[in-house]
Ligand binder design. Structure first.
Ligand SMILES: O=C(O)COP(=O)(O)O
Ligand SMILES: [Mg+2]
Length: 225
């Protein structure tokens, strides 16, 4: 079996970060006395990094931000989120076993997230997962981010792999589109933060638990006819 680069999205795929994202977002919008957002709002807010999430939350509460207000609020979010890490965030069930299994099969593992790299790395570190990944890139690592193919292909290259033998696993349209834009097969997971049913995202397949993520599945999805 040849080494495939298996690239994971972070928020809603590797780790259930929702409680901490919501808490830090509510800490941020509380500065203008806005009503807190809930988990059900998160699927419409998350996906393009903290800056966009903050802007969307203020707009959702009827108080859209001027561009020059965003940097200070982003700092407020980052300080709160970084101080609480890992908070209530936990890897999804079966993840660690799947990472062990895939690594033992000789595959390269990487993270490609639209979260800022400076938040993604310490989160992965505090959860004890850094050692699995040969590359971790964020929404601000390159000039572009998911769904741009170059974020994904740049991650694969940093991981020491090749785009023609790679697989993307994610919870949202940005992940599946980035894979499609790069000509890479993809797996969608339904336990994350998609605002639509993951079956409609156009992934190569859907798995509902990491127990299903086996070397055999990787082989099947990456072997070209
Ligand atoms: O933090 C975000 O907005 C998105 O993060 P993800 O790309 O890991 O899902
Ligand atoms: Mg995600």
């Amino acid at each position: 079996m040849t080494a495939t680069t298996i690239v994971f999205d972070l928020d809603g795929t590797l780790v259930d970060t929702a409680p901490d994202l919501v808490a830090s977002l509510n800490h941020t919008i509380a500065i203008k006395n806005l009503a807190p957002v809930g988990y059900e709002d998160l699927t419409h807010l998350v996906g393009q990094g903290a800056r966009v999430m903050i802007a969307r939350a203020f707009a959702l509460r009827g108080s859209p931000l001027a561009d020059d207000e965003i940097p200070a609020l982003l700092d407020r979010f980052i300080a709160h989120y970084a101080a609480g890490m890992p908070g209530l965030s936990r890897p999804y069930p079966g993840l660690v076993e799947a990472l062990d299994r895939l690594r033992d099969a000789g595959h390269l593992l990487a993270v490609c997230t639209n979260k800022m790299e400076g938040l993604a790395r310490p989160l992965i570190e505090t959860l004890g997962l850094t050692r699995y990944f040969t590359a971790i890139t964020g929404g601000d690592t390159f000039a572009v981010r998911k769904p741009d193919a170059a974020h994904l292909t740049g991650t694969i290259e940093l991981a020491g792999g090749v785009a023609h033998n790679a697989l993307m696993i994610g919870d949202s349209i940005n992940d599946i589109l980035a894979a499609r834009n790069a000509g890479i097969p993809s797996i969608a997971v339904p336990f994350g933060y998609s605002d639509v049913a993951v079956e409609t995202l156009g992934a190569s397949t859907v798995i509902s638990h990491f127990d299903e993520l086996t070397p055999e599945l990787v082989e099947r999805l990456t072997t070209r006819a």
